[in-house]
Design a protein around this ligand. Structure first.
Ligand code: COA
Length: 416
């Protein structure tokens, strides 16, 4: 069966995580993604945090599956010539270099349009064009701090905290993929390419919109009812860190289960959904709370929500997180065990759905990677190993029309 993006050729001029996550997704869906890497070294993540000597690090293999690798020194005349040919033949070019790097290399947006007016040029930068920080180089945690995630994450008596989830990197890559697909649709109508840009700050902010909501509510009201600071604590004029509180109108918290003293993940997340109050009381054996006016509305519960959580923890004392969830699910209570990465790696449902996939790599053997989180009725992406450095150099050059002799010359000149 042909894949949806088959026939779309992408120059993958990306490195580290934000750009590679975007192009990997497009490769899963059938695009021909040619990763352009510096000869000899390649993407820095090939070497970062290695666990097997002489084999590409998982950091690289988990972000570059289903791609081809072309080594090319784009600062040499031959390298520039090859890149020009590739640009003329491709549909999309994706890059996430530091600000100005592509211009310095001689491939400004104006030049790329000259070479191929249909080209979609997609970029990730730390900050958007014209922003007062546009010159900054940015990594994940910098973006989380600049996008509002860090100031609103963690506990009120601790420092701003970054999330383990790659809100700045992979999340920005996913935003960029949406932008590229939109530009491809637009090109079908207009025949014209365009520039697509996503800044890591904006992509983080897009996921922090509820905190911008809260800032405006705080400005008006002076308090935020769903935060643990209400009603006993103090509010200032900025959205506080809310610990593990639920972000919407339903209070929730991470609660201890049997074994929490020794197992750092023996917890569940428990949500006190308003209309589930009677089932919650029944599940906990606290039927007397169902009609009690001191408990039977969200407002009545708010000032004693932590006492309620303490009662639930008392009930959880002799139950593992899995036993607790298996019982609570019968009452339709929104909850889940806090899963460790080890538990996730071994989860049969995630393997069955293709969300976690085992891949065979020629140098490192079998490893686990994350498969497509997007499920289609007519497409099951096959996740293949990432390419070795320069594995497809000769193949790509031959496809561009270079002869064996010319390719050998480029190797000798270290241009590829
Ligand atoms: N051939 C020749 N030169 C190459 C090359 C190739 N195939 N590939 C890259 N280079 C050069 C670039 O032209 C650039 O050279 P220059 O600075 O002399 O002009 C250099 O290698 C790479 O620059 P840069 O991207 O700035 O690398 P860095 O390691 O200093 O910075 C980042 C890394 C991630 C901080 C930076 O790329 C960045 O801020 N990117 C945008 C935001 C982003 O994506 N962050 C990371 C998210 S995971």
């Amino acid at each position: 069966m042909s894949k949806p993006l088959e026939g779309i050729k992408i120059i993958d001029f990306t490195h580290v995580q934000a750009g590679p996550a975007c192009t990997q997704l497009l490769a899963w869906f059938g695009a021909d993604v040619i990763k352009v890497e510096r000869p000899g070294s390649g993407d820095v993540t090939r070497n970062q945090l290695r666990d097997v000597p002489d084999a590409d690090a998982l950091y690289f293999t988990m972000l570059n599956s289903n791609k081809r690798s072309l080594t090319l020194d784009t600062k040499t005349p031959q390298g520039k010539e090859v890149l020009e040919k590739l640009i003329k033949e491709s549909d999309v070019m994706v890059e996430n270099f530091g600000p100005g790097a592509l211009d310095r290399m001689g491939f400004s947006w104006a030049r790329i349009q000259e070479l191929n007016p249909g080209m979609i040029m997609a970029s990730v930068k730390g900050f958007s064009e014209g922003h007062h920080y546009e010159d900054l180089k940015v990594y994940e945690n910098v973006a989380q701090c600049a996008g509002g995630a860090a100031s609103t994450t963690g506990f009120w008596d601790g420092p701003p905290t970054v999330s383990a989830a790659a809100l700045g990197d992979s999340n920005t890559g996913m935003h960029l993929a949406i932008g590229i697909l939109t530009a491809l649709m637009s090109r079908q109508k207009s025949g014209k390419g365009q520039k697509v840009a996503v800044s890591m700050q904006d992509a983080v902010l897009n996921l922090c919109r509820v905190k911008l909501r809260d800032q405006q509510r705080l400005d008006k009201l002076g308090f935020l009812k769903e935060y643990p600071q209400y009603p006993h604590g103090k509010f200032t004029d900025v959205v506080p860190r809310g610990g593990n509180a639920g972000g919407g109108g339903q209070p929730g918290w991470v609660l201890k289960c049997k074994g929490w003293e020794t197992d750092p993940n023996a917890y569940i997340y428990f949500t006190v959904q308003d209309h589930a109050w009677p089932p919650i009381c029944k599940a906990l054996g606290k039927e007397e709370w169902i009609e009690d006016p001191a408990y039977n509305t969200p407002d009545a519960r708010q000032d004693k929500i932590f006492d309620i959580f303490a009662t639930i923890e008392e009930w959880l004392k002799d139950k593992t997180k899995f036993e607790a969830v298996d019982y609570l699910r019968k009452f339709d209570i929104p909850c889940a065990p806090v899963l460790s990465m080890k538990e996730i790696a071994e989860d049969k449902s995630l393997r069955d759905s293709g969300s976690i996939v085992e891949v065979d790599h020629p140098k490192r053997g079998k490893y686990l990677t994350v498969g497509s989180p997007i499920k289609f009725s007519d497409l099951k992406p096959e996740i293949k190993a990432s390419p070795l450095l320069g594995e497809h150099t000769d193949e790509v050059l031959a496809q561009l029309g270079y002869t064996k002799e010319q390719i050998a010359e480029m190797h000798a000149a270290k241009a590829v």
